[in-house]
Structure formats: structure tokens, C-alpha cells
Design a protein around this ligand. Structure first.
Ligand SMILES: [Zn+2]
Length: 526
């Protein structure tokens, strides 16, 4: 999101902002083990299969080596079990759930603007079961992200696998004017090790050349079809050119306009004015083709036929339909450092902080906007289209990790069965990363990227929040249960609660430092 400024206004060029502290060397997590045995789990494999258990699972190093059904007789006959050997690392997990590691396809590392460290972000990701991320812009610089990718690959840091995309034209001073320069830049970033390119908009011939060349270089491509260019290049143009995925909603309702070419902008509209931008965005889906109409179906079917992925990041727009809910979410108090809290406050500068005068009417518009948008996503999925999960956290009151779990709830609200949500969060995400041969499901031969929970996430996604699920306990007292128990990445077992307690300490220290600097408590974070 932040990097867009660079192209439009040259107000704050990205490279001018210092990259945050790099992640420290890893001290958390055990393993990988020669043999790790998970006993008695119920498996949700991520590919759409129903839960199955109890099972024993053997992991050798970083690879799933064996999965065995124990049957329902208790205690399970020894013959059914995976025999343990001396030196094995055995985890007794009767009644626990085992899922594939989650894939967040729109996960920015926080930057200088948010004032958060890499450790804060990566531990919130891992602490919520996220074992692979697509960094959609590399705002801290490709080299910085590549360095974290390498250290994560070596398990030198506690972090998910990292797939860095760069913003189209990043590092160049100014837009491309010819296709040859465009292709040369694409080849250059491919050589540098980028996994893909994130677009916002450019003239059609430049877009065509860039997407084609990216395909040739084996790079993925994602686009936020910004309104400044969407009239001449919307999601249909992208899909026909071979783009991998669309981000958010931009470019989709516009592709289904029937009685207009340009969104019904009010005469006083100014794109730089973010309340104009996001206020009117809340009135966009009402202007598109009717659900189930000929245009709606035709665009839906063409995008599906072109294997086009929709990565909606519903969660990042949620404050637009209920600001008070987001500002007061359970996790804000203990998990939001003062700098990030300040970044979220209404501001003409902070991107996504457009609460200049956000009214009841604005929230109602967005509630209706979500309804139609969700209808399209569910329809797209039902007709065989790939919908995936991204959080875009670090903006608009959304926290890393927590925002991702909220995306699960919002897709369920859209009509997805919880197993369909988990499929989108795992194997379909891995497909977009072209890693589904190694990641994205619980299957023998795949890498051991896994999530373990004590409670059943299919029954209630709230058990995945680091703050747990609020309910009545057996003693008639309120209690909080859940949160991810263990996250396994590359065969290393991380205690998720330990990671989250590290994060809470980072936040407490930041608050203390803030108080020490006489900064006082930011407004609303008393
Ligand atoms: Zn973003």
C-alpha cells in the first residue's frame, strides 16, 4: 500500500524510509528432529477432505514420512500405532487438530511508518499458524526481504517461508516508457531473486509486456488495480494477459459495469483525499452488474477459465463497516505498540487512516458493499474459481496474524464452509506460490509445515486467535480457550504461546520506552 505514493506524488519515496530492525537470530523452536511423532491427532488435510482421526504422524527432519489411522477403539491397538524408537521426539496430542501451515498471500513486513520490528511481525505470523507469506511489495527493499528469506530458509530466524514480490518499477526513478526497458527490468529482478511483481497500474502496452516477461521468467504477478488506471486495465485485461492474482476488490466491479465505464465519482472527489477514496469505494459494488446477471456470470466464468486467483483481503477493509469494533478489538491493548497505534489514528499522512469524519452512512455503505462483494467471492468459489487468503495487516487497525484469522471468519460469512476456508488458506495459497507440490496440505512426502490446535477450528475459527475464544467455563466463570498451540515450520516445533508472549513483551517494552520519552499514552490507548 505505502509504495504507491512513490509513483503518484513522490511525497515520501520508499527507499528514503529506514528499514526496520532485522529479525534476531532464532532462540525459539525445537527441532527439526530425526524422528518426531505426533500421536492421536485429528487431521484436516487442507485439500478439502473432512477431518479424520485419531491418527499418528511421523515426521523425519522436515518431511512428513508416515500417517497412520488408529481406528476408534481406545486405547488404540499398538499394531495400529507408529512404533516409537529410542530418541524419538514424541508429542501426545490426543484430541488435538493437525492442519497444514497457513499461507498469507498479502503480508507486508511492517516498515518505518508502522514503527514495528521484523521480530514483532514474524512472531505474530508464526504464532497464528502462518508458515508461508507472500510479501506483496517488499517496501523495506528487496535486499532486506531477500536477506530475511535466506535466514528463514536456514531456520536462523523464527519466521515463515518468505516469497518476496516487488512493486513494478521499484528502484527505477520513474515509470517505463517502452516495452524493452520494461522487459529488461523484469529480467533484472528475476535474476535478483524476487518471486514476483506487484502492479498498481501502467499503460496497457507496458502492462502487457511486463506480465508476459514475468511469465517467461517464472515470476508470479499480482495486481491492485488502482482507480487511476482501472478504466483502461481492469481484472479482465490482467487475466487475459496471464496475471496470477488480483488483490483486494479493485478492478473487479469495474469489469462488470453495464451502465457506465467510470465509477460514479462525486464532482468534488479527490483521490489523494483518502476519505473520498475509501468512502466512494464503499459505494462501488452497488454500481456493478447484478448478482447472477449475464454480465456478472460472463466475467466470473472468463476469469475462472483463465485460472485467475482472487485474493480479496476482506479483513483490511472491515473497519470501514464498523470502525468502533476494530479500534476496540480484543488484541489492541496487549499487541499494538504505541507507534502502530499512532499510525492507525486519523491522519492526512498515514495511509489507510482515513477516519476524518467517518459517518453512519459510510459504515452502512460498506456493509452493503461487503454483502455484494462476498456474494461474488462465494459464487466464484462455487463455480471452481480460486479464492485465497491475504491479510494486508499493518494498516487500517489490522494486526499481523490476528487480521489473517479474521479473514477466515469473513470468508465463512461470505458463505464458505469452514473446510472451504481452510482449503483456500492452505493448498490454494500454495498453488499461487507454485509450491503445492511441497506445501499446503498434510500429505506424506510434503514439508512439515503444520498447525496444532487443542480446539476444533472448523467448529469455530475464533479458537485460532492469539487472544483465544471467550466463553463460559465449567465453573460458570468466563474463560478464554484456544489460540494455536504449536506451529511447525520446516520440522521445527514452535510453541505459539511462547511466541505471542515474546510479542507482548515487545509491546510492553515499547510502551515503557514511550512513557520514558514522556510521549505519554497515545490517544485511546490509555
Ligand atoms: Zn498491501
Amino acid at each position: 500500500m505505502r509504495i504507491l505514493l512513490k509513483f503518484l506524488f513522490v511525497i515520501v519515496p520508499a527507499c528514503a524510509l529506514a528499514a526496520p530492525d532485522a529479525a534476531p537470530d532464532r532462540v525459539r523452536g525445537e527441532g527439526p528432529f530425526e524422528r518426531l511423532v505426533l500421536r492421536g491427532v485429528t487431521i484436516v488435510n487442507g485439500e478439502g477432505a473432512p477431518p479424520v482421526g485419531p491418527m499418528d504422524v511421523l515426521i523425519k527432519g522436515n518431511t512428513i514420512a508416515e500417517v497412520r489411522s488408529l481406528g476408534l477403539v481406545k486405547p488404540a491397538p499398538e499394531d495400529n500405532r507408529i512404533a516409537t524408537e529410542p530418541g524419538d521426539h514424541v508429542m501426545e496430542l490426543d484430541g488435538h487438530y493437525l492442519l497444514p501451515g497457513f499461507v498469507d498471500l498479502h503480508a507486508h513486513f511492517g516498515g518505518d511508518a508502522q514503527g514495528v520490528s521484523a521480530e514483532y511481525v514474524t512472531k505474530l505470523w508464526l504464532g497464528h499458524g502462518i508458515t508461508s507469506i507472500r510479501e506483496p511489495g517488499s517496501g523495506n527493499g528487496l535486499d532486506w526481504v531477500l536477506a530475511h528469506q535466506a535466514r528463514s530458509r536456514q531456520n536462523q530466524i523464527a519466521a515463515p517461508r518468505i516469497f518476496p514480490y516487488v512493486v513494478f518499477g521499484q528502484g527505477e526513478n520513474g515509470p517505463f516508457l517502452n516495452t524493452e526497458d520494461t522487459r529488461r527490468w523484469v529480467r533484472k529482478i528475476a535474476r535478483k531473486g524476487a518471486s514476483g511483481i506487484k502492479f498498481f497500474g501502467a499503460p496497457a502496452n507496458i502492462m502487457q509486456a511486463a506480465v508476459e516477461e514475468a511469465g517467461k521468467q517464472g515470476l508470479g504477478t499480482a495486481m491492485h488495480h488502482a482507480q487511476l488506471d482501472v478504466v483502461q486495465w481492469n481484472v479482465l485485461h490482467s487475466a487475459r494477459a496471464g496475471m496470477t492474482s488480483m488483490e483486494h476488490w479493485y478492478g473487479l466491479p469495474e469489469a462488470m459495469f453495464t451502465d457506465r465505464v467510470i465509477q460514479d465519482y462525486p464532482s468534488g472527489y479527490n483521490y489523494t483525499h483518502e476519505q473520498h477514496r475509501f468512502g466512494e469505494a464503499g459505494r462501488l459494488w452497488a454500481q456493478t452488474a447484478a448478482p447472477g446477471s449475464e454480465k456478472w456470470n460472463q466475467v466470473r466464468d472468463e476469469l475462472i477459465a483463465l485460472n485467475f486467483t482472487i485474493n480479496p483481503t476482506l479483513t483490511i477493509y472491515e473497519a470501514s463497516r464498523d470502525l468502533m469494533r476494530e479500534m476496540n478489538a480484543d488484541w489492541q491493548a496487549e499487541y499494538t505498540p504505541p507507534a502502530l497505534w499512532r499510525f492507525f489514528q486519523p491522519s492526512l499522512v498515514s495511509h489507510g487512516s482515513y477516519w476524518y469524519d467517518w459517518t453512519t452512512a459510510d459504515e452502512i455503505a460498506w456493509k452493503n458493499n461487503f454483502r455484494i462483494w462476498m456474494q461474488f467471492l462465494n459464487d466464484y468459489k462455487n463455480h471452481g474459481g480460486r479464492v485465497t487468503l491475504g491479510s494486508d495487516a499493518g494498516y487500517i487497525w489490522k494486526l499481523y496474524g490476528f487480521g489473517y484469522i479474521r479473514e477466515m471468519e469473513l470468508l465463512q460469512e461470505a458463505g464458505f464452509h469452514p473446510l472451504e476456508v481452510l482449503r483456500s488458506a492452505t493448498i490454494l495459497g500454495a498453488q499461487v506460490l507454485k509450491m503445492d507440490h511441497q506445501l499446503g496440505s498434510v500429505r506424506v512426502g510434503k514439508l512439515a509445515d503444520l498447525v496444532i490446535t487443542k480446539e476444533n477450528p472448523i467448529a469455530n475459527f475464533k479458537v485460532l486467535y492469539g487472544t483465544g475464544h471467550f466463553k463460559l467455563g465449567a465453573d460458570n466463570e468466563p474463560e478464554r480457550v484456544g489460540g494455536v498451540k504449536y506451529t511447525i515450520k520446516d520440522g521445527i516445533v514452535f510453541d505459539a504461546r511462547e511466541l505471542l508472549s515474546d510479542v507482548r513483551k515487545i509491546v510492553r517494552d515499547a510502551k515503557a520506552e514511550d512513557a520514558g520519552n514522556g510521549a505519554g499514552r497515545p490517544a485511546g490507548q490509555e
